[in-house]
Design a protein around this ligand. Structure first.
Ligand SMILES: Nc1ncnc2c1ncn2[C@@H]1O[C@H](COP(=O)(O)OP(=O)(O)OP(=O)(O)O)[C@@H](O)[C@H]1O
Ligand SMILES: Cc1ncc(COP(=O)(O)O)c(N)n1
Length: 267
C-alpha cells in the first residue's frame, strides 16, 4: 500500500481527548492522512476546564520535530498550544527551515478561559510565528489580543483580517464562531476573499473546534489541495463534527471526529 500524506501537529496534550494533540490526530485519521506529533505541553483537562499545565523543555520539542522531519518527512505542519515565548520562537525557527505549508492556530486561551499561552509570548507570535505561516486561524479573542481589533460583526472581520495579514501569514482565516447567527469565517490573502458560512449548530458540545479546523486544513493541504479548497473542505468537516458533538463529563463535551467515518458506514 502507498503511504498516505504525512501531517505533523506541534501542540499540547488534552487529557480529555477533545482538543489539542488528541483532536489533531483523530482529525488526521478521519481525513486519511498519517498523523504525527510534537508534544509541547501536557494539560490535565476535562469537560470542565484545565486543571493544570506543564510545558516541555525546548530541547524535547526540537528533538521530536527533528526525529519526524529528518526521517519521515512532512507534507504539512499544524501548530496549536505553544505555551511560552521560548517555545514559540523555537517552533517558528523549525518551521522556517521546513519545506511544507504551515497552519498556525495561535491558541491563546481554552474555551473555559484558561491561559494556554503566556501573555509575554504574544510578541513572538506576532513577529516570529505568523511570518512563517501559510494559513493562520485566529478566533475573535486571539485576533483582539494580537491586533487590537475588536470584532463584533461580520464587517469588522475584514479589518481584523487586514491587521493579521500585516504580520506576514500568506492567508488568514478569521473564525467567527463566537459571533451570533450563522457560523461565518473569512478566508483571505489580501486579494481574494472567501466567506465560509455554515448554519450554527445548536449544540453546546463544541470542545476542540479550533484544533479540529486547523488540523483539517493541514490534512487537505497535505493531500495537495490549494488553500481555498482545503479551508472549504475543512469547514465542512468541522461543521459535521460539531453537529454530532456529544456530552461527556459534567461540562462541554467534544466534537465528534469520527462523524464522517460513521456516516460512510465504516465505524
Ligand atoms: N455553533 C457552531 N455551529 C457551527 N459552526 C461553529 C459553531 N461554533 C464554531 N463554529 C465553527 O467552528 C470553527 C472554529 O471556530 P471557533 O470560533 O469556535 O474557534 P475557536 O474559538 O478556536 O475554538 P474553541 O471555541 O473550541 O476554542 C469555525 O469554522 C467556526 O465558524
Ligand atoms: C492542549 C489544548 N490545546 C488547545 C486547546 C484549545 O482548544 P479548542 O480547539 O477548543 O480551541 C485546548 N483546550 N487544549
Amino acid at each position: 500500500m502507498t503511504a498516505p500524506p504525512r501531517v505533523l501537529t506541534v501542540a499540547g496534550s488534552d487529557s480529555g481527548g477533545g482538543a489539542g494533540i488528541q483532536a489533531d490526530l483523530k482529525t488526521m485519521l478521519a481525513l486519511g492522512v498519517h498523523g504525527m506529533s510534537v508534544l509541547t505541553a501536557v494539560t490535565a483537562q476535562n469537560s470542565l476546564g484545565v486543571q493544570g499545565a506543564w510545558e516541555l523543555p525546548v530541547e524535547a520539542v526540537r528533538a521530536q520535530y527533528r526525529s519526524v522531519v529528518d526521517d519521515i518527512g512532512v507534507q504539512a505542519v499544524k501548530t496549536g498550544m505553544l505555551s511560552s515565548a521560548e517555545l514559540v520562537e523555537a517552533v517558528a525557527d523549525l518551521l522556517a527551515g521546513t519545506d511544507a505549508p504551515a497552519v498556525v492556530d495561535p491558541v491563546g486561551v481554552s474555551k473555559h478561559g484558561d491561559a494556554l499561552l503566556a501573555a509575554s509570548a504574544l510578541d513572538s507570535v506576532r513577529t516570529k510565528l505568523l511570518p512563517v505561516a501559510t494559513v493562520a486561524t485566529p478566533n475573535l479573542d486571539e485576533v483582539g489580543q494580537l491586533t487590537g481589533v475588536r470584532v463584533g460583526s461580520e464587517p469588522d472581520m475584514r479589518r481584523a483580517a487586514a491587521a493579521m495579514l500585516e504580520f506576514g501569514p500568506r492567508w488568514v482565516v478569521i473564525k467567527g464562531g463566537h459571533l451570533s447567527g450563522d457560523a461565518v469565517d473569512l478566508l483571505t490573502d489580501g486579494s481574494e476573499e472567501h466567506w465560509l458560512r455554515a448554519p450554527r449548530q445548536d449544540n453546546r458540545h463544541t470542545h476542540g473546534t479550533g484544533c479540529t479546523l486547523a488540523s483539517a486544513i493541514a490534512s487537505y493541504l497535505a493531500k495537495g489541495h490549494p488553500v481555498p479548497e482545503a479551508v472549504t473542505a475543512a469547514k465542512t468537516y468541522v461543521t459535521g463534527a460539531l453537529a454530532s458533538g456529544f456530552a461527556l463529563g459534567g461540562g462541554i463535551g467534544p466534537v465528534d471526529h469520527g462523524w464522517a467515518l460513521r456516516r460512510d458506514g465504516e465505524g
